[in-house]
Design a protein around this ligand. Structure first.
Ligand code: F6P
Length: 323
């Protein structure tokens, strides 16, 4: 029997709880003692963890957020913070750590791994910007939330013959905006990976109007050079003739707290089980994510600091279909 810990870190994502449940139940079923850390790395440094049993994770598979709690822990970026985290694990005889989270969380995980800790990461972020995961836990549910909003906004846009600039999350990445834009039938998509020319966006809106469309939906990534409000300001300052009157809707954190859909529950469960199996087989220093439909493992060294490229076919598809 071994002892290991699980924590959730960074922005909460729908499906994190399903992963925690899978880790705890698999670990206990295999004869291990599993510790749940409260409040991410902050809790690890403070020694805020306790052993969990199967009943402690009952009824959470369908709940958004994370029952363990989460933080963005600045202390873990420091030598002192990393040493304190490792000391807590060693003092309590805990030999392995599973970290469910996105880029910042896996960077912390990598730092602990370089100090000799046996760590396994589980890819979880609504931003879907992690190398090593075609689709991270939380992304599809967050997209469903964004799509429901876009569909509703299109109804209002068409009723009033208006345009909407809809801003979605994603931090520095356009993955969420690109998929929300394609699946939401947007007339234009604005993402950080492509240079934004507000004149070109105005041209796309005007062209939609001239083609006789009843509405124009522009999906804007929050990390783009001009976010939704920035574009609106530009259009107003430059008295652009767009045809449509424009409104701005920023979805923000609404996208994060959704009830996880079947896909997120399933991948979270598969990744949680696999994380335990990796620790058992002494395979560590890796991130587990869904790749080509299977559980894939990527060295944390490759994940951290890298930028996940956008899928070129999706970019081409977006510009073809927005007409
Ligand atoms: O990483 C998830 C995310 O929701 C990003 O899309 C967003 O930029 C960021 O977190 C917001 O962080 P916070 O909840 O700390 O404001």
């Amino acid at each position: 029997m071994s002892r290991f810990a699980v924590l959730t870190s960074g922005g909460d994502a729908p499906g994190m709880n399903a992963a925690v449940r899978a880790v705890v139940r698999t670990g206990v079923a295999h004869g291990h003692q599993v510790f749940g850390v409260r409040g991410g790395y902050t809790g690890l440094i403070a020694g805020d963890f306790s052993a969990l049993g199967p009943r402690d994770v009952g009824g959470i598979i369908g709940r958004g957020g994370t029952v363990l709690g989460s933080t963005r822990c600045q202390q873990l970026r420091t030598d002192a913070g990393q040493e304190a985290a490792i000391a807590q694990m060693r003092t309590n005889g805990i030999g392995g750590l599973i970290v469910i989270g996105g880029n910042g969380s896996q960077a912390g995980n990598f730092a602990l791994s370089r100090r000799g800790l046996r760590v396994v990461g589980v890819a979880s972020t609504i931003d879907n910007d992690l190398i090593g995961a075609d689709v991270a836990i939380g992304a599809t549910t967050a997209l469903d939330v964004a799509l429901e909003a876009i569909d509703r906004l299109r109804v209002t846009a068409a009723s009033h013959k208006r345009g909407f600039l809809v801003e979605v999350m994603g931090r520095d990445s356009g993955h969420l905006a690109l998929v929300a834009g394609i699946a939401g039938g947007a007339e234009a998509i604005v993402i950080p990976e492509l240079a934004v020319d507000p004149e070109a966006v105005a041209g796309q809106i005007r062209a939609a109007y001239e083609r006789g469309k009843s509405h124009a939906i522009v999906v804007v990534a929050e990390g783009a050079k001009y976010n939704a409000q920035g574009l609106q300001n530009y259009f107003q300052e430059h008295a652009q003739r767009l045809g449509f009157e424009l409104r701005v809707t920023t979805l923000g954190h609404v996208q994060r707290g959704g009830t996880p859909g079947v896909f997120d529950r399933m991948i979270a469960t598969r990744l949680g089980v696999a994380a335990v199996e990796h620790l058992e087989r002494d395979l560590h220093g890796v991130l587990l994510g869904i790749k080509d439909g299977r559980v894939g493992s990527t060295a944390l060294a490759e994940v951290v600091g890298g930028i996940k490229p956008l899928e070129t076919p999706l970019l081409d598809m977006a510009s073809l279909l927005e007409k």
